[in-house]
Write a protein that binds this ligand. Structure first.
Ligand SMILES: Nc1ncnc2c1ncn2[C@@H]1O[C@H](COP(=O)(O)OP(=O)(O)OP(=O)(O)O)[C@@H](O)[C@H]1O
Ligand SMILES: [Mg+2]
Length: 414
């Protein structure tokens, strides 16, 4: 794919592998996972731009519309999935010269390339829209070689983000909460992305069969699909429950300025898993699906399965469900969860996730901002933060790298 080859040909000089030790203040932990170099091509507002970092937290500042969130989105494509905006891939191609609602013309497919350091090893990751694919599909390159699927990225790196859109995570329907939980699971269990892809494909195919072939769907094909749904569905539910439990323990251990969160996954399959072995739950789910074919045909989809589950979060000190907490408390709960997740994954996998925090500082009072910066400096995964006002980041001072973003250009602040 041309854009990815182009990125390879334009590689920037190699940054030091030594990381921030030489520059950071004493007592600041050197991250074990960080982005040494990032380059974007034809990516939203960027024609071509690149930056290098030394492992310390990265602070991107600039006016509204400068391209700060676009850069975080580029990083979010270094893991499987549709990135932090959940975008269609063609939407990300850079548009130029438009004056109508459709935007301008796109000239080439977008691409992102990065050199990441994971536990002392430098890996090169590349991804971009594959123009040869009839469906919206991403091409992926790992250490210079094309990979057959996006899942390969998850084996190298996990990325977790908080965006302003997630401020309503606890108010809205469960699908965004499931996605949030699944991204946390990817960090400790990269195979989770593959299970979800297989499950969703079987779910769509079963719904299609039931909808279009009412009365005459091929029962043998439905049975095959339901077998896949039961097998993958139970594995998905079990992985989500296991992580929620470990995360709840990690949150309970954390002290400091952020609330302690309780986490639980609610759903039929999850409830069955509490008092039946996984294999028996698979049989039960498969039997349930077989028996509900006509009802599911009427409803337009399966009524039971992990695609209906919900993540329930609570504020332990307040003994309050998250949806009844204040906006700032909800934000603090989300931050507490991603921080606990980062510590948990670091201890379990030896490689913490990258943390992308879009506009979080503005929501927090000064004491919590300082507490956040202290926490970020102690993490093993590099964090990337954005804000319009550099003074919001005074508390992190010389322990972070500051970059100004303006009109598609990124410049380190001297
Ligand atoms: N496909 C695209 N092609 C060209 N430009 C795009 C495309 N998609 C988005 N943009 C533009 O990218 C610009 C930067 O967006 P971005 O969300 O990164 O800004 P930001 O710096 O995060 O701003 P804010 O402080 O308001 O959050 C916007 O002006 C947006 O219209
Ligand atoms: Mg933004």
């Amino acid at each position: 794919m041309a854009a990815l080859q182009h990125l390879k040909a334009n590689q920037m000089p190699t940054a030091s592998l030594d990381g921030p030790d030489e520059v950071a203040k004493e007592g600041v932990r050197q991250p074990t996972v960080w982005v040494a170099r990032l380059q974007v091509n034809a990516f939203r507002s960027y024609r071509q731009a690149g930056m290098e970092t030394n492992g310390r937290p990265v602070i991107l500042t600039g006016p509204n519309g400068a391209g700060k969130t676009n850069l975080l989105e580029a990083l979010s494509f270094l893991t499987p999935g549709r990135g932090l905006r959940g975008a269609r891939l063609s939407e990300v191609d850079r548009r130029v010269g438009g004056d109508g609602a459709e935007g301008g013309e796109t000239s080439q497919p977008w691409a992102v390339a990065a050199e990441v350091v994971v536990a002392g090893e430098r890996r090169s990751l590349g991804t971009g829209r594959d123009p040869a694919s009839p469906r919206d599909k991403r091409a992926v390159k790992l250490d210079g070689a094309f990979a057959s699927s996006q899942q390969a990225l998850g084996e190298v790196l996990s990325v977790v983000w908080l965006t302003p859109q997630m401020d309503r995570l606890f108010q809205e329907g469960p699908s965004e909460r499931r996605r949030f939980l699944d991204r946390l699971v990817f960090g400790s269990d990269p195979a989770h992305a593959g299970r979800i892809a297989k499950y969703e494909q079987a779910l769509r195919e079963r719904s299609r069969l039931l909808r279009w072939e009412k009365g005459t769907p091929d029962p043998a094909w439905l049975t095959v699909l339901e077998e896949t749904l039961a097998e993958q569905g139970v594995a998905i539910a079990a992985a989500r429950c296991a992580l929620a439990e470990r995360l709840a323990s990690a949150c309970a251990l954390a002290g400091g300025a952020f609330p302690r969160a309780s986490l639980a996954v609610a759903g039929d399959v999850e409830a069955w898993l509490t008092d039946m072995p996984a294999l028996a739950v698979e049989d039960r789910l498969q039997e349930h699906l077989r028996a509900s074919r006509s009802g599911d045909a009427e409803q337009g989809g399966a009524a039971v399965g992990p695609h209906r589950s919900d993540l329930r979060v609570g504020h332990l000190q307040r003994a309050m469900p998250a949806e009844l907490c204040s906006t700032g408390e909800q934000k603090a709960l989300l931050i507490a969860i991603v921080l606990a997740n980062s510590r948990l994954i670091a201890s379990e996998r030896g490689a913490a996730p990258l943390l992308l925090l879009d506009e979080v500082a503005a929501h927090l009072d000064e004491e919590r901002r300082r507490a956040l910066y202290d926490e970020l400096l102690a993490l093993e995964g590099q964090s990337w933060l954005t804000g319009t006002d550099p003074s919001l980041f005074d508390g992190i001072g010389g322990n972070a790298e500051f970059f100004s973003v303006r009109e598609g250009r990124i410049a380190p602040d001297s």
